[in-house]
Design a protein around this ligand. Sequence first.
Ligand code: AMP
Length: 293
Amino acid sequence: MEGEISMETVVATTKEELKQEIDCWRNAGETIGLVPTMGYLHEGHASLIRRARQECDRVMVSVFVNPTQFAPGEDLEAYPRDFERDRQLCRQLGVDLIFHPTPEVMYPQGFGTTIAMDQSMTGVLCGKTRPTHFQGVCTVVCKLFGLSHADRAYFGQKDAQQLAIVRKMNRDLDLGVTVVGCPIVREADGLAKSSRNVYLNPQERQAALVLSQAVKLGQEKVAQGETDADAIVSAMKEHIGKEPLARIDYVEAVDDIDLRPAHTVVSGTLFAMAVYIGKTRLIDNFITGGDAK
Ligand code: AMP
C-alpha cells in the first residue's frame, strides 16, 4: 500500500463532529462515499476504500465494532482492534473522515428502534445460527446511511448475505443510497482476507484453506458445465469434510438477490459456506456469472 496519497484524515467520535464535516461537503455539492467497517483493516477493506476514492468526492470510513450484531457468547470482546493502525491506513488511502464512535454514541440511553427484515433472507445461511445478527447489521447500516448522507456505500461480496440484505433494506425503505458490491480479496494462497483470520494458529491457518479450495472446486464444476447445484454443494462439502479441523456450519446454493434455495445453476447462483476451523467461524462464497451485482 506504499506510494498512495497521504493527507489529513479527520477522526470524528461524536455525531456533532461528524455532522460538521458532512454539512460542509454537502453545502459544497460534493458526493459522499461510505465504507462501513468494524476496523482492524486489511486489503479487503482497502479495496472498498480505493473504489470509493475513485468514485466519490469525499470518502468516509466508519470503524465501529457494532455490539448489536453479536449474540451473547460470540466474539464481541475478543474481536481484534487497532485503531492507530486503521487511522494510518485510512490516511494512506486518502480517506477524508473516519467515524469512530463509542457504543454509547450509537446507542444512547433510551435507544429503542431496530430494523427487523422478514426471515426469508435473515433467517437463512448465517442467520440460522446467528438469528439476531442481521437485525443488528441493518440497524447500524441504516443509522450510518442517515448520519453520512452517503450517495454511495461500499460492501464486500465476502459477506454476500449481508450485501443482499443491505440492498433489500435500501430498496424497501427507500434509503436512496447506491449500494456497491466489491469482489472478495484473498491471501496469496486463496484464504479470503478477514479480520478474524488472526484467531487462527498456524495449523488452523493451513486447514482454513479448505474453504477457498471448496470455492475453487465449485467454480471448476460450473466451468465444466455442471448445472446441478446440489451436486456441486455435495462435492464442496465432501472436500471440506476431509479436513479434520473443519466443521461445516453450512454449504448452500441460493439466488444471490433473494437468497432462496437454488437447485439449478444459473447466472447469479450464490454458493455460500460457513465453516468452523477450530473455534473460528469463517465464511467464503462465489457467485456464478461474476461478482456481486
Ligand atoms: P468487516 O470489518 O469485517 O465488517 O467488513 C467491512 C466490509 O469489508 C464489509 O462490507 C465486508 O464485506 C468487506 N470485506 C471484508 N473482508 C473482505 C474481503 N476479503 N474482500 C472484500 N471485502 C471484504
